[in-house]
Structure formats: C-alpha cells, structure tokens
Design a protein. Structure first.
Ligand code: SF4
Length: 248
C-alpha cells in the first residue's frame, strides 16, 4: 500500500455518480482480475475505491471485522453493508454495533422488506425450517440485491480456504446475477493470516467464534461444531444447503 494510491482512492470517492455500464464493468474485471490476483488485500481495496469511488462498498457478516478494518484504514468512512435478517444472534448484532461505534465506517444496515412477524403471517411460522432457500431469498438475497443497486462493485470476505466451493473465488470477478464487480480481497488468505491480522491489529471478533461457532449465520440455522469438524458444517446442519445464495 502506498500513500499516493491511498490518496487517489480517497480523492476519487464520489467521482462516478452514474456508474458504469455492465460492459465497462466486465472490461475492468477481465483486465484487473489477473493483474490483482497476487496483490495484497490493501492494494486490492485501494484499486476498487479508486476505480469505483463511492459506488464501491464492503459487506460484512460480522463474524469478524477484518475486512471492515482493512477497508476503513484504506478508505475512511467507507460503506460497510450488513444484512440484518432479523434472525441474528445477539452477539452478531453486538459486533455490528461495536464496528459502527469504533471504526471509521458508514454502517449500512439492510433489512428485508418484511419483518419476521410479517413473513410468519404470509408464509407461516419458521419458514427457515420448511423452506430455507425461500427464507434466504427473502431475507438475504433480495435485500442485498436491492442494497447493491447504488453500487458498481462490492467487496466480500470470501476466502478460498473456507469451503471447497469457494476455491475459485476470484480476487476481482464478475457477479453476473447482480451485474456487479465482486471483489474478494481476502480470497488468498489462510486461516493463520486471518488470526495473525486479528491479533496484530486488535480487530473486533464476534465472541461466538471462540464458543464453537467458526462460521456464523442466522441463529436458527447455525449450530456449534465440534473440534476438527468442517467449520461450515454448523450451517443449515442436517440439510443439503451449504450457501445462502448471495454468492451463487
Ligand atoms: Fe432464514 Fe436461516 Fe436463511 Fe437466515 S440463514 S435467512 S433464518 S433460512
């Protein structure tokens, strides 16, 4: 990370009010995807901020605040989007609130169109038990799609080490469903790199991660995992579902 590039990232914020066409965005992906494959996470974030201005945001599940921390240092005041499904653990909401209170970010709290009570009234109580795909579509996929309408590019904390089907997560890729550039600055990070960054920078971590929850989603669909189990095996346990749909 170099100072001039960081300055460029800050100065360019807000310089693309109308956004780019999908063709222009895809062109950027095809050029910069390979160029940035081996770049440090800070440089990838710097590039995205300088390229997309305020049409670039970071998303966070609030399992930890590594990506938000990195992004806030490169681009103070950056938008950090959190999907508030209405089903989160209290610890996750607490982590969100702590991020907002202690980091130089603009926390964007995104809620579904319906409250949990309204969803229960229309679809029946506990839709997540009967049709988790529909529940995720209503409470995660659609709200994120709507929230990203004002952006050209979004950053995720996806890492290739997390699960087999994330192995191909590109550092800079094309999200065809959303017609957005999808940036994964941590794609190449190992678990050890994450742990080291958290330790060295005193980064906020959801306390559940130290209580048997290496992967944290909505409370009804997340259980503790035993030591040595696949870290994501606690998500939608007992079903074939492994992803909520926002990354597919
Ligand atoms: Fe619903 Fe569970 Fe998906 Fe959360 S993770 S949106 S509760 S199905």
């Amino acid at each position: 990370m170099t100072a001039p590039a960081t300055e460029a990232a800050r100065n360019n914020r807000g310089s693309h009010p109308g956004g780019r066409s999908p063709e222009e965005l895809r062109e950027l992906v095809s050029h910069w995807g390979a160029e940035l494959e081996l770049a440090p996470a800070e440089v990838i974030i710097e590039w995205a901020a300088a390229t997309f201005g305020d049409r670039f945001c970071v998303t966070s599940s609030m399992a930890d605040a590594v990506l938000a921390d990195l992004a806030s240092k490169v681009v103070p005041g950056i938008d950090v989007v959190f999907l508030d499904t209405g089903y989160h653990f209290a610890e996750t909401i607490g982590t969100r609130d702590a991020v907002e209170a202690t980091m130089d970010v603009n926390l964007v709290n995104v809620t579904p169109e319906q409250s949990v009570a309204e969803q229960d009234a229309e679809y029946g109580k506990d839709l997540f038990r009967r049709d988790p795909d529909l529940c995720c579509a209503l409470r995660k996929v659609a709200p994120l799609r709507d929230a990203l309408a004002g952006y050209d590019a979004w950053a995720t904390g996806l890492r290739r080490a997390e699960t087999h089907n994330r192995v191909i997560a590109p550092v800079v890729g094309w999200d065809a469903k959303k017609a957005k550039v999808k940036v994964s600055p941590l794609a190449r990070w190992t678990d050890q790199q994450v742990d080291d960054y958290i330790r060295d920078n005193g980064v906020l971590v959801n306390p559940l991660t130290y209580d048997g929850y290496p992967s944290i989603g909505c409370a009804p669909c997340t259980r503790r995992v035993a030591p040595g189990e696949d870290p994501r095996s606690g998500r939608w346990a007992g079903t074939n579902k492994t992803e909520c749909g926002i990354h597919s």
